[in-house]
Design a protein around this ligand. Structure first.
Ligand SMILES: Cc1cc2nc3c(=O)[nH]c(=O)nc-3n(C[C@H](O)[C@H](O)[C@H](O)COP(=O)(O)OP(=O)(O)OC[C@H]3O[C@@H](n4cnc5c(N)ncnc54)[C@H](O)[C@@H]3O)c2cc1C
Length: 458
């Protein structure tokens, strides 16, 4: 058994782990990065990137279908799924090559294999021990299912959904959160008859209530069926399809059932709890310095309770490296993390929803404003509906921005600066937004909330 010593030993080479490795190496620390599968993790291989590639193909299908509305003569002759997958895999492969090249160009020892914590500061891989002055746990998450709902055959998770080499004629999506609505959007654009089942009262229930309502409106218009506020009770599979039953007695039939009920932490079986790390329902608990209950053992990404997003993992990885190097980085404000749902239409939000802001500051101490994309030239050119909604503390800063409409995800950059820099609407109103862009809608909304609306009726 060989013994290896490093300043930092990282378990898991996904968004959280590889960001910690790159920043640690940049800061002159010696680093081992242990990965049992592929560097890049869920986001690059089974998450963010492949789904967004499919969503882009879906957009091309929609645009082709609607080409005549823009004066272009084109016919959608079909969706060649193997070719769509080839395009998607090409993007993933290119990014994967770039990432492996980047990591290997730094002083990072990449160790292939499954690691297990065998002592508070030691991870064993294939019989060798890697001891770190500091340890970073970043083992990610897996697709959860419901008790009694077995994955297999025609009952699939996002992993199998990404591997399909055909377009299903019909699909039921269990779960109206981000992953569920993104797949529903992709499949509908490809021609599938889709039904979403969501136990909570609305689709995208974590978003501002007005955004959920607007998404439901848009999905109704697109012909995406959904049932909300009713719980799943069981599924039966046959050679040709699935029959899903709900607690209210209703049944739905389709070719496939996609289970998209959230992701659970991949944090058991690797010696965490056994070595004294405090956990809660499978998640690794940390303080706001991302240190676990063991001194010098940190955790990043989806195993830490909170938003399961790649950019949160990146930032946590960077933070941990800087903390280890003694740079005393500013703690990450979870409320300031931007979220994008890349369906058609897209949803982008940062900060508090109106309900949360009212809870925090009192309903009488906040104001909100919704700027309709009907007044935004570029959105009209694209043919999209939607809005930008702002929530401010009265005589205070903007505390939440919520947007819905095609491509609004691209506007989240300015929105997150506004919320995280605690800008007042008056500050933003004096900044110039280029015309004609969808970005102008953000400017217009701030003009209106500052009391000087330009292209707004209210
Ligand atoms: C379908 C889908 C779409 C998504 N879309 C988006 C999106 O658009 N935007 C966004 O921000 N987020 C998105 N996410 C979420 C994003 O993928 C995760 O938040 C992110 O990957 C979490 O990073 P992580 O480092 O915590 O874990 P992961 O990326 O899961 O990486 C963990 C790594 O650890 C390795 N590992 C685990 N255990 C061990 C072990 N014992 N030894 C060695 N290696 C181990 C795994 O192989 C894996 O590579 C999506 C997720 C899914 C499933």
């Amino acid at each position: 058994m060989a013994e290896h010593n490093f300043d930092v030993v990282i378990l898991g080479g996904g968004s959280g782990g590889y960001a910690a490795a790159l920043r640690s190496a940049q800061l002159g620390l010696s680093v081992a990065l242990i990965e049992r599968d592929k560097l890049g993790g869920t986001c690059l291989h089974r998450g963010c990137i492949p789904t967004k590639a499919l969503l882009h193909s879906a957009e091309v299908a929609d645009v082709t279908r609607e080409a005549a509305a823009f004066g272009i003569s084109a016919t959608l002759n079909g969706v060649d799924m193997p070719a769509v997958n080839k395009y998607r895999d090409g993007i993933v492969d290119k990014l994967f090559k770039g990432l492996t090249g980047l990591v290997s160009s730094k002083a990072i020892t990449v160790v292939a294999g499954e690691g297990k914590l065998v002592a508070p500061k030691t991870i064993s891989v294939n019989g060798d021990n890697y001891t770190g002055k500091n340890i970073v746990l970043a083992t990610g998450s897996f697709s959860r299912t419901l008790p009694g709902l077995e994955i297999g055959g025609r009952v699939i998770t996002s992993e199998q959904a990404l591997q399909l080499d055909f377009v299903p004629t019909s699909a039921i999506v269990l779960g109206g959160g981000v992953i569920g609505v993104e797949f529903a959007s992709i499949w509908k654009s490809f021609g599938t008859d889709v039904t979403i089942i969501e136990g909570l009262p609305t689709l995208v229930p974590n978003e501002d209530a007005s955004v959920s309502k607007a998404l439901e409106r848009a999905y109704r218009k697109r012909g995406i069926n959904f049932k909300t506020g009713v719980r799943f009770s069981g599924v039966q599979q046959s050679a040709t399809g699935v029959v899903v039953s709900l607690e209210n007695g209703e049944t739905f039939e389709a070719e496939l059932l996609l289970v998209a009920v959230g992701r659970g932490p991949n944090a058991t079986g690797f010696g965490y709890e056994e070595n004294g790390i405090k956990m809660d329902r499978g998640y690794v608990l940390t303080n706001d310095r991302l240190e676990t209950s063991l001194q010098g053992v940190y955790a990043a990404g989806d195993i830490v309770p909170g938003l399961q997003l790649a950019h949160r993992g990146f930032q946590q990885g960077i933070f941990i490296a800087e903390e280890i190097a003694g740079l005393k980085p500013v703690s990450i404000d979870e409320n300031g993390i931007p979220k994008v749902t890349y369906s058609e239409p897209e949803i982008a939000s940062v900060g508090l929803t109106e309900a949360k802001a009212a809870e925090k500051f009192g309903a009488e101490n906040i104001s909100s404003y919704e700027y309709n994309l009907g007044g935004n030239g570029k959105s009209q050119i694209l043919g999209t509906a939607g809005f930008v909604k702002l929530i401010r503390q009265n005589n205070g800063p903007i505390v939440g921005i919520h947007m819905i409409g095609s491509r609004v995800g691209e506007q989240i950059g300015e929105a997150q600066l506004i919320v995280n820099w605690e800008a007042f609407p008056e500050d933003v109103a004096s900044l110039v937004h280029a015309h004609p862009t969808q970005n102008e809608a953000l400017g217009e909304a701030h003009l209106a909330l500052a009391g000087k609306p330009l292209h707004a009726h209210a």
